[in-house]
Design a protein around this ligand. Structure first.
Ligand code: NDP
Length: 474
């Protein structure tokens, strides 16, 4: 969904790391001026994203996950759009109650339960952590307790499924479309509230970005870090919970539905649960690191994040599990092992590449990468106030294989999820198609930014590491 231009500089980010120092008050984050292409993209996404989500979920509910049958049905005159709409379950009190309880519970876990995981899990960074320097020169503090929220939520889920029996573990699947309306209500409410808040009572007025274009501001956000009180940070909460905590619960609900319908859970469903479970746990284990990624350091909070985290992520990132409820694929052992290996190797590349850069930047190159001192290209850049800064681009380890090998690992993992579903339908492959577009675009816009930042030094780097994602290909 990140289809918009970024601003020019994030030089001050280097203030917090050893290989750069000093700060400038320059342009930052996304564009200040909205060109016609950006506006057209915004209008397109605002209009079509909700329809895309509805179409995918409706296709599973009414057409066994076929994306073409609804169109054929309507074109052949067998069905009218109104028939499809009339067959769609509407908002129910039950779903509304489930959703209110769910979001309230996550809010309580986020603001009322300080992290205790970092006290006994070696290597885990939790508790109060600092984010990156904002354009206005603020460093926000965050309570990193996502792992704990995930553990408590899932412990309760299993306790309910095996002991208390308060509700059926298929509850999410059984109310999937009514819950979609609830998620939309929250997504639109929070985005609208964030917009009004940025005019009336912004958390940090100097970090607001008004482009003057209402649609662009609504979608891409005005406030950089909207907060309520000292700790309720919209970006951290909505990015991680309820969407990503829900991701693994949704998959568990799909597995429970398979069990109910067919008396067994297929190996493909187990693979989806395991591989996506690793990805989700990785996210929460590294939640403090996540504060320094493009998502948190660049994006303002608008519909793109608010609605995206409430609706797009939980509904479209979980399509494989949903598909497997309607089409229970039992993979041969060889295929299951092959997919598991692809997913694990992809995850390993994704994690190690991110780790290598983090280590390299944290230690200013005084570390070992693959057992050796890393090689790098010395580079410099000038901030808007004319100050010269120095930085380093590593060309060792995975960063010497390709310039965005972390994205390649991510894509391998994404492909593995999709392959669990076999080749009966295109719907479960949406995820790999979407991730390929998202990460290729992200890679191009990041390189555009790095090229203007490092200029001839970036050229030296791209000569040393000529490929972006796949050596010899791209
Ligand atoms: P990266 O972690 O790849 O960071 C890019 C930045 O790293 C560049 O702007 C540059 O910043 C610095 N850099 C580039 N090359 C080098 C080098 N050789 N040595 C040292 N520093 C370098 O980008 P993201 O924040 O986009 O991604 C983080 C992770 O999140 C990725 O693994 C990605 O796959 C994942 N992701 C997942 C999504 C999902 O929906 N599942 C969505 C988006 C991302 P500088 O200016 O400091 O030099």
């Amino acid at each position: 969904m990140a289809a918009f231009p970024e601003g020019k500089s994030e030089e001050r980010k280097h203030k917090s790391i050893p290989n750069g120092s000093g700060a400038s008050q320059g342009q930052w984050g996304r564009a200040w001026e909205v060109d016609w292409f950006s506006l057209a993209s915004v209008l397109f996404l605002l209009t079509f994203s909700p329809l895309i989500v509805y179409y995918f979920i409706m296709s599973c509910d009414q057409y066994h996950c076929s994306l073409t049958d609804p169109v054929i049905d309507v074109l052949m005159g067998n069905s009218h759009l109104s028939d499809i709409w009339n067959k769609t379950p509407s908002l129910s009190w039950k779903a509304a109650n489930i959703y209110i309880c769910w979001v309230t519970f996550q809010v309580m876990l986020y603001i009322l339960v300080p992290d205790f995981c970092h006290k006994f899990l070696p290597g885990y960074v939790g508790g109060v952590q600092e984010g990156a320097l904002t354009p206005a020169g603020t460093v926000n503090k965050y309570e990193i307790n996502g792992l704990q929220a995930w553990i408590i939520t899932h412990a309760l889920w299993f306790a309910n499924a095996y002991y208390f029996h308060w509700f059926s573990p298929t509850i999410i699947f059984d109310n999937w479309i009514p819950l979609l309306w609830c998620a939309n209500i929250l997504g639109y409410s929070v985005s609208t509230f964030a917009m009004i808040k940025s005019y009336l009572f912004p958390s940090n007025p100097k970090d607001c970005k008004f482009t003057g274009n209402l649609f662009y501001d609504y979608m891409m956000g005005i406030e950089f870090n909207p907060r309520i009180g000292k700790w309720f940070d919209f970006k951290l909460f909505f990015n991680g919970r309820p969407g990503i905590v829900a991701w693994t619960l949704i998959n568990l609900s799909y597995a429970a539905k398979q069990q109910e319908l067919y008396g067994q859970v297929t190996n493909s469903m187990i693979l989806v649960n395991v591989l996506q479970g690793i990805y989700v746990l990785d996210f929460f284990w590294n939640e403090a690191w996540y504060l320094k990624t493009i998502d948190i350091c660049h994006d303002h909070f608008g519909w793109y994040l608010g609605w995206g985290d409430c609706v797009w992520l939980p509904y479209l990132y979980t399509l494989q599990g949903l598909y497997l409820v309607y089409h229970p694929v039992q993979l041969s052992t060889a295929n299951a092992v092959g997919i598991l290996l692809l997913g694990l190797v992809g995850y390993y590349i994704f994690r190690m590449t991110n780790h290598q850069k983090d280590l390299f930047r944290r230690t200013d190159g005084n570390c070992k990468i693959w057992g050796k001192k890393p090689e790098y290209i010395e580079c410099s850049y000038t901030s808007v106030d004319g100050t010269k800064y120095y930085s380093k681009l590593m060309i060792s380890g995975f960063w010497g294989v390709a310039r965005h090998f972390n994205y390649t690992g991510d894509l391998m993992g994404s492909l593995a999820y999709c392959l669990t579903c076999g080749f009966g339908h295109i719907l479960p492959y949406f995820y790999i198609i979407y991730m390929t577009i998202l990460l290729t675009h992200r890679c191009i816009r990041d390189e555009h930014r790095c090229s203007s930042k490092y200029s001839k030094d970036w050229k030296r780097y791209t000569t040393a590491v000529p490929y972006r994602l796949i050596p010899g290909v791209f």
